[in-house]
Design a protein around this ligand. Sequence first.
Ligand code: ZN
Length: 261
Amino acid sequence: MSIRVLVWNENEHEKKNALVKKLYPDGIHNAVAAAFKGQPDITVATATQDQPEHGLTVERLKATDVLFWWGHMKHGDVDDKIVERVQARVWEGMGLVVLHSAHFSKIFKRLMGTPCALKWREAGEVERVWVINRSHPIAAGLPEYIEIEHEEMYGEPFSIPEPMETVFISHFEGGEVFRSGVTYQRGAGRVFYFRPGHEAYPTYHNPQVLRVLLNAARWAHNPAPAWTSINDAPNVPHDKAPVPLEVKGPRLHADGEAGHR
Ligand code: ZN
């Protein structure tokens, strides 16, 4: 069975800004989706924020193995109920790849539990995305670094939790550095944040950037069945303990009683 990728985009700059429209006439989501076209192990679809339920219905998410997320201007307009729904699917095992300005998306901040803030500057700088974890699957097929001619600068400190793995560190022409590719595990779901992708530059037409996205889809895919009971907190009666057990001392809770949430 193939990896079912869904590329989600707020799709707002493309409608409002002539430059972005020229770079991404079919929207950033379709440029990102091009990374997976023709791959025999992947099927890809897209969804945008203006669709009913932001294109992220329960059925749609259930049928998604890895969700890619690009957002910027309209983070605040994403319905909290949908964010909770996406979070629940990540906990169950859906992969999530968070792109560029989506560091401030509700879903990423919620999963990280920290501000996810950073320094920034829009000056068309050269970005060198150094591969510092050479054997990591997300870096497969890449040279020592990816050079991007024009990018927005993102600088440290990036207020994220200490990553599970750091795959890329970027250096910018103006001197700043940034952890550009970091991984996390949340519940059964793998999360990857990838920095490049400012809307004013053709970053998502760069074949090496697309290679990272392809690698990330394969890395974030969890083939295990969804861990749908991950939210359950069962009160296990003493006679159901793995080793036979007598109840000792006082207790406040009856067998089988539900716990407080
Ligand atoms: Zn940007």
